[in-house]
Design a protein around this ligand. Structure first.
Ligand SMILES: [Zn+2]
Length: 104
């Protein structure tokens, strides 16, 4: 089966943003959604398992592509981080915060 990405993107934008004014670059996977005077730029890809377009998120700490749902990067940064950064940076920082809070 051939996947019509153009059609999928059209549906995805309509479903998530309620508009059909956008530009999609198939090479860079960058989707620019125009809404009035503002433009939202995001990266989308086709998820073979879910059989739908999904927004690609990048780790706010190491900038790598996030596989899966990602993790809350607080207290290191605001946003979403990858599993690696979660394990090596975010969780230790949280433990440290808790320790600091309980020793005061
Ligand atoms: Zn990361």
């Amino acid at each position: 089966m051939v996947i019509d990405k153009e059609q999928l993107i059209k549906e995805w934008v309509a479903e998530h943003y309620g508009c059909e004014t956008y530009e999609y670059n198939a090479h860079s996977r960058i989707l620019k959604i125009h809404r009035g005077a503002s433009t939202r730029k995001l990266v989308v890809k086709y998820d073979k398992k879910r059989k739908e377009m999904v927004e690609v998120k990048y780790c706010v700490i190491c900038s790598k592509e996030i596989v899966g749902w990602g993790n809350n990067a607080q207290p290191i940064r605001q946003g979403t981080c990858c599993d690696d950064c979660n394990n090596t940076a975010v969780i230790p920082a949280r433990i440290k915060e808790i320790r600091n809070a309980t020793t005061e």
